[in-house]
Design a protein around this ligand. Structure first.
Ligand code: TYF
Ligand code: FE
Length: 403
């Protein structure tokens, strides 16, 4: 029963209208010459999930995250084995897959990992060149380059394996005009937008974080460097922060223009059991920990999401009352009182500042969660907030009995 939503005008349904300058601001792009790149990546193509109930999860992302249903594949469209809902918010695309038949391999992933990310798929211009390079670097090619076509044109895809049971599907959609991939039918949301709500609550995927086992972070940093030509970004969580309070080590790799950023975490032996150990235990190994979504108005985003019942981590009042915070962050676009009211964190570096907030885990397991980030020049990840953030995460870990 996914029919056209009569409250949405065609103009409002044009949800892809994010231009390059907006993206530059929202996700912090830098100039980069692709010609010498061994594995040029344009953007995230989709974050793909396997879940226990795709029908209801797709509903959650429409109601709670304000996303728009744009395409569907399932038994009704000739795909007996799954239900697949494609949701968009600006340039961000989520694909929610659920198994229909008892022997569906989608259900294997969900049984092992719980609801989680199976695929961080990437849009590339030249699938064959990327796969050929990845192979010379010893990457596991899960699916060889091939064309897939329907009445809307042709998509060329392949897939390589990354950490855990996660993959990167590579997609060249330059010869394709359909709503997602061949086999998908266009759909629109039946969920009406609340009164006065903005067109969307976020515009782009900013970064996707992977948690890997102890001792494996540097392997994966090097893997992204060798296989995909990604470079280290400045921000990292080293031994100092790890032993003091974060209980994790973290490094960030990105493609040339920073459109695609992948922080990688591993547990560190701190005073307490690492939040990364908790993730690895409940996820059943390495996997995607959080997706950060870029918004131009984090106050509106958080207000709308809280109204829909989304739960966020709350920093202690002392975070906002600390005079050191006030001198460190200087002037930001809203008063600190407003940030405090909404539980939003703020950090500044030499390039500018950022506002960010984290949800609690969104599923049954203490694994996958979301971040919302509003960048004002900063290319960082909120390093100045790590102490307050990790203390808030540990309070939740303790409530779950996993500390
Ligand atoms: O992506 C990042 O690096 C920041 C910080 O468990 C962070 O969002 C790192 C680990 C974590 C939560 C946040
Ligand atoms: Fe993050």
């Amino acid at each position: 029963p996914m029919t056209t939503d009569s409250t949405t005008t065609p103009a409002e349904q044009a949800i892809d209208d994010i231009d390059y300058d907006q993206l530059r601001r929202l996700v912090g792009l830098v100039d980069h010459d692709d010609s010498a790149d061994p594995f040029p990546v344009k953007a995230m193509d989709a974050v793909v999930f396997a879940v226990g109930n795709a029908t209801q999860t797709a509903w959650f992302y429409q109601v709670a995250f304000g996303m728009q249903l744009v395409a569907y594949a399932g038994p009704e469209t000739g795909d007996a084995d799954r239900k697949s809902f494609v949701l968009k918010s600006g340039s961000a695309r989520f694909v929610i897959n659920g198994g229909v038949r008892p022997d569906s391999t989608l259900l294997d992933h969900q049984r092992k990992h719980g609801d989680g990310v199976t695929d961080l798929s990437l849009e590339v211009a030249d699938v064959d060149r990327c796969v050929a390079h990845a192979r010379t670097q010893g990457a596991t090619v899960l699916s060889e380059p091939r064309d897939v076509s329907d009445e809307h044109g042709t998509v060329r895809t392949a897939a390589i394996a990354t950490y855990g049971d996660t993959r990167h599907t590579l997609v060249d959609r330059s010869r394709y005009t359909g709503p997602y991939l061949p086999g998908y039918a266009a759909r629109t949301s039946t969920v009406p937008r609340p009164e006065g709500a903005p067109k969307r609550l976020f515009q782009a995927v900013d970064h996707c974080v992977g948690n890997v086992e102890l001792g494996n972070m540097n392997y994966w940093v090097d893997w992204y460097h060798r296989v995909m030509g990604f470079m280290n970004m400045a921000e990292f969580v080293g031994d100092d922060i790890a032993t003091e309070y974060s209980a994790l080590m973290s490094k960030v790799v990105s493609n040339g223009n920073h459109r695609v950023k992948f922080p990688l975490n591993e547990p560190a032996a701190g005073k307490k059991r690492s939040q990364i150990d908790e993730y690895l235990e409940f996820y059943g190994g390495a996997g995607c920990q959080h997706i950060a979504l870029a918004t131009g108005d984090i106050i509106e985003t958080v207000t709308r999401m809280r109204a829909a019942g989304v739960e966020f981590l709350n920093p202690p009042d002392s975070y906002y009352d600390d005079p050191e915070l006030r001198s460190r962050i200087g002037e930001v676009r809203v008063p600190i009182e407003t940030l405090k009211e909404h539980g939003i964190l703020v950090d500044r570096d030499e390039d500018g500042y950022l506002l960010q907030i984290f949800t609690k885990p969104i599923g049954d397991r203490p694994t996958v969660f979301y971040e919302f980030i509003e960048r004002h020049g900063s290319l960082g990840f909120g390093k100045g907030n790590f102490k307050a953030l990790f203390e808030a995460i540990e309070r939740e870990q303790e409530r779950r009995g996993n500390l």
